[in-house]
Write a protein that binds this ligand. Sequence first.
Ligand SMILES: Nc1ncnc2c1ncn2[C@@H]1O[C@H](COP(=O)(O)OP(=O)(O)O)[C@@H](O)[C@H]1O
Ligand SMILES: [Mg+2]
Length: 411
Amino acid sequence: MEEEKIMEKIRIYHIDQNEDALKLIKQFSQRAPRLHIISSSTSLEEGFEEIQRIFPDIVLIDENVAGGNLAPIIQKIILHSPYLGVIVTCTEYSKGKIRQYMNAGARDCLVKPFTATDLAQSVMKVNKYNQELKNHIVRSTTRILTRAPKMISIFSTKGGVGKSTVSTLLAAGLASLYKEDTAIIDLDLQFGDVSLLLDLKPQKTITNAIESIGQLSSSDLRSIMTRHHIGLHVLPSPLNPEEEDFITEEATLKMFKLAKEEFDYVIIDGPPGFNTQNIIALEQSDLVLLITSPELMALKNTKNGLRTLTELGIDQDQIKVVVNRYSKKSNISISLIEDVLGLEVFATISNDYPSVIKFLNQGEPQLIYDGNGKISKDLRAIIEGLRTYHTVPAQKGKANLFQWLMQKVQK
Ligand SMILES: Nc1ncnc2c1ncn2[C@@H]1O[C@H](COP(=O)(O)OP(=O)(O)O)[C@@H](O)[C@H]1O
Ligand SMILES: [Mg+2]
């Protein structure tokens, strides 16, 4: 039962031509603690477009929205996101039609009129099936978190590998695509550029949070942050680099604790390498995305960084290698990177200058996600990976032959 309490909400998108039906389902969902209607529409076109943007867990769709030809629509929705569960609401019971919908990929059909309990049972069943499917497909890892990682540090030992770009875009994606309550903290106290990347003119910075940290509640911390219009909360680095001297260890730790209390996700963009504040951030993080690029020097630095992270007591399972600016033409392959680092590559992000420059020129992360540049798909995949990370089953003892050999050789 304890576990039920911390289970996440199941995000449902509802499409029905009938406004009253939308209202009724909304009321039904309010009676079931895990059901959450994130949005709805009376129009199939609008709904389809929105589904692609916000990735619900469940799409509840009425058979009448497609003028009697729902099967191809279901197929189209599933094609876009295989983990999404489609539930069809039908006006009357017809075995033939239900079979047609199920064959197209629907996971359940509810015949009207149905009760709030019927809806909740159907949603729970479909969601359970989807979770199992995901567990099956997502690549193995040895760690199980009981919940999605909350605080994520984006880290690299070397500057210029794309830490700020990646952290800003990931945070923006979590906030805008998934409507997650997300904050980004710019911990690059000397050369922070997150607010610049997002074209924000912040009134307050980390310095303001730190100087009053003793009296702050977690919601006070939220109100110090600058809100980007997509819904992302930004705590920028100090305007004046000398302010770094006032940012004590104790205050930094308290700031992270408040942020974790207040937000669903806290993304940390740090300086290259290690400093006091950054080490505290790394220790407080559930996951560290170790950013590298497919170049020899970057790789050498990353290898050193990895050693230091281990010395700091960061668990190897908490470190996820992300290769940024990756291109298939690059002469350093993923398997070589994995061999050198002794860790599996978690994800790659394409070298996609045209998309990045569009984003930079306008400070608008939505341009990346609305566009169809390669980088958009890569970032979405990472976000999906982060959000579903806690559901990944443990596969202890997955042999990493190279690591094993290295240990033997070094003995
Ligand atoms: N995937 C990418 N494709 C193309 N350019 C990128 C990509 N990631 C980062 N860049 C560019 O690389 C440069 C360094 O990125 P930045 O995020 O400032 O790195 P860091 O924060 O690690 O110093 C910037 O000019 C940025 O626009
Ligand atoms: Mg940076």
